[in-house]
Design a protein around this ligand. Structure first.
Ligand code: FAD
Length: 295
């Protein structure tokens, strides 16, 4: 099976990319690392005569901090994110995802923007980013808008992005004092195994009580799913086993997995409960003493 012929465009500005996307409409796709797109073109899942590479456009790579918020350029690769010195303090929990997804070679090419824009339900970065209240920055010729990631995904491979829009960065706000997050994931093997199920949890602790909890499940619903009800159950409570068990049960209930080669829907639902407890325990350890967590 070969990748069908396509015309490769190499714009050097967002304006040029926007014009090309407008000109070719549904017949064009943006190219970042290509680890999803080239597979999809080869399999025929995606058909496009025009591929618009983002690689020549300045300003889409790298990390910066502004007012405590972390800005991650969409073209930053997963390994560049993982190794970046600004991925420190409460932001370092993102390494729970960057170290586990895919394999080293893929992580060298795969970008943060591609992981989000592809909107695959088992993608590893979105759950943690949603737990941390991250926003997607979307550029278009008409201007820029920001969308909270929890509202970005509409369904498998479907997002709120409009024709001609480019995801330029992701902004993770500065977490409050007493915040910790963790990501727990199960795959059938360590390398290049996509998640059977996953949970990200973010906890903000104040005076030994949970001030806020955010729980996001991955690979078990059509989108990375923010289970607001599970977090609400924890607010105002002590972070004990009984509270975590209730939240885990709520996450299980919210999951809508399918049966596939990775496991039956019943198994995956059970796994979500286990992973939710693990993620909450990991988030609590980081929130209370910054402990390094084995997830
Ligand atoms: C062997 C293998 C194993 C994998 N394992 C995992 C895994 O464990 N976990 C995981 O999460 N993923 C995994 N993936 C999927 C993939 O590597 C990631 O989702 C990756 O981050 C996609 O990024 P990319 O830069 O390669 O995107 P591309 O393939 O370049 O693009 C993907 C899609 O997003 C669009 N797009 C890309 N960038 C932008 C942008 N800035 N603005 C708007 N649209 C954009 C493209 O048009 C395309 O539709 C795996 C892939 C392979 C091949």
């Amino acid at each position: 099976m070969y990748i069908p012929d396509f015309e490769l465009h190499r714009p050097s500005t967002l304006d040029q990319a926007g014009t090309l996307m407008k000109e070719h409409g549904l017949d064009a796709r943006l190219l970042a690392g290509g680890t999803d797109l080239l597979v999809d073109l080869k399999s025929g899942r995606v058909v496009a005569d025009h591929v618009v590479s983002l690689h020549g456009i300045d300003g889409l790579r790298g990390l910066k901090k502004e007012g405590g918020a972390l800005h991650i350029g969409a073209l930053t690769t997963v390994n560049q994110l993982n190794d970046h010195p600004l991925l420190d303090g409460p932001f370092s929990c993102l390494r729970d995802a960057t170290t586990k997804m895919a394999a080293h070679q893929i992580r060298n090419a795969a970008t943060v923007g591609g992981n989000i824009a592809s909107a695959v339900p088992c993608a590893d970065l979105p759950p943690l980013l949603i737990a941390m209240k991250a926003e997607a920055v979307l550029w278009s010729a008409g201007g820029e808008r920001r969308v909270p990631l929890e509202r970005f995904f509409l369904g498998p491979r479907q997002t709120v992005m409009r024709e001609g829009e480019v995801l330029t960065s992701v902004v993770v706000p500065q977490p409050p004092a007493g915040f910790g997050a963790a990501y727990a994931r199960l795959a059938l093997r360590n390398g290049n195994g996509i998640a059977v199920a996953a949970t990200a949890a973010g906890l903000t602790m104040k005076d030994n009580v949970i001030a806020e909890a955010r729980i996001v499940i991955g690979a078990v619903a059509p989108v990375p799913f923010y289970v607001e009800a599970a977090g609400a159950l924890l607010a105002g409570r002590a972070p004990d086993a009984a509270a975590f068990a209730e939240a885990a049960a709520a996450a299980e209930k919210a999951a809508g997995p399918i049966s596939d080669v990775r496991g039956s829907k019943e198994y995956r639902r059970d796994v979500v409960g286990v992973l939710t407890t693990r993620a909450l325990e990991g988030a609590l350890a980081r929130a209370t003493n910054g402990a390094e967590v084995k997830s």
